[in-house]
Design a protein around this ligand. Sequence first.
Ligand code: IDP
Length: 151
Amino acid sequence: MERTFVMVKPDGVQRGLAGEVILRLERRGLKLVGAKFMQVSRELAETHYAVHKGKPFYEGLVRYITSAPVMAMVWEGPNAIQAVRQTMGATRPTEAAPGTVRHDFALEVGRNLTHASDGPETAVAEIGLWFKPSELVSWDRATDDWIMGSN
Ligand code: IDP
C-alpha cells in the first residue's frame, strides 16, 4: 500500500476544479487519508520546490503556488504514486494524454492545476513536509475489498 501527496494548485481552486480532481481520484479507487485547504507560505513553497531552485521558472513557480489557496491532500492505494501521476497526466498539458486532468482542463505548464509526488522517496518527504502524522487518518472503507482485492 502506498501513500502520495497531491495538491490542487491555486489555478485549480480558483477555477472550481478541486472537486473534479477529488472525484477522479475517488472514482479511480484511491482513498483520501488527509486533506487541508490552505494558503501556502513562501517558506513552504521554497522547501517543496527546492529541487527547482535556480531554474528560470523557479521564481514564477513560487509566486504562483503562494498566490492563492491550495487543496493539499494525501491519497492511499496500491501503486498510488504511479496511479495518481497517470490520472494527472504529463507535466506539460499539451503532452498529457486525453482523459487526464491536465489534458482535459489545462493548456500551459505554468498553470497545470495539480501536483503529485513523483516517487516513493519524494512521497514520504512531501507528506512529512505538508502534514503532521496526526492529520492523517487510517480508515477502513466498505468498498476496500472490491477495489484492493488481489485475486
Ligand atoms: P510535475 O509537477 O509534473 O512533477 P516538475 O518537472 O517537477 O513537474 O515541475 C514542477 C512544476 O513546476 C510543474 O508542475 C509546473 O507547475 C512548473 N514547471 C515545470 N517546468 C516549467 C516550465 O518550463 N515553465 C513554467 N513552469 C514550469
